[in-house]
Design a protein around this ligand. Sequence first.
Ligand SMILES: [Zn+2]
Length: 278
Amino acid sequence: MQATFGDIVKAIDLERLTMSKNQKVIVGILSEKIVISKTHFVQDVGGIHCFEGKCCEDLGLPTVRYGLSIVKYVSDGNLSILNDDLEFLLLAIGSKEYKGLITKDQILKTQNSGITRKDFLVTCVDETYQNKQYDVLGDARWRKILSKELFQEKMAYFLANAEKVFGRVVTAEDYIRLMDQVASEAPVTDRTTIDNARKALPQTKPQAKPLPAPKGAVKSAPTSAPTSAPTSAPVSAPVSAPVSAPVSAPVSAPVPAEAEDVQPEAEVITDDFEDMLD
Ligand SMILES: [Zn+2]
């Protein structure tokens, strides 16, 4: 593909809705067809989808996320939609927000409406964890803007690609190769090998849901370590280190296994759109 310097292309034409604290946007939820993902966070790699095996042994329980297909309107930062432009996005939420939206949907259905028939004012209440609050605003404006053809096209694209937004899909073999690769790309000294092993552990997941207990203590390990190693032994250390330190150490780092009650694969729910846009 030819291009001009400055052109930027995205691998997937689907992004998450990300907001800054107290920002307000107006969105419509396009469908009750959603994507559920279970992912692990791996340092230097990002998210990988759980395959219910060694990943859980090494990294602990996966994070569950629900992906909804939404449109974001151009709004005035408060309650008003300014025009008919629509931005198609993925709303990625955890179990708590998902359950809150289910309750809203149940209430709306008692009024012969539903979650896909209303627009919502979304307010970001926590930027780090992207926690949001949802208020029903009015009837879904996108239903008057979007053609059935474009709707179907956008939903098909969403269902086919949303999983990738959450992370890399890997087999057990892919995973082992990936972890070996991460280990071998790191400078091979005893010090950093240990650091990488530590990074691979679940405690450093930045995208995980808010943990109840520790706050300051968790972050200190990865950031503080690198400063001490390089200065101490400039010349002599590299000679001895590469041979003795096994590159694959991070993979085998022992982690308490809790794989038993984990359920498998990220599932993509698909069917036709018969019930939509009626
Ligand atoms: Zn797993």
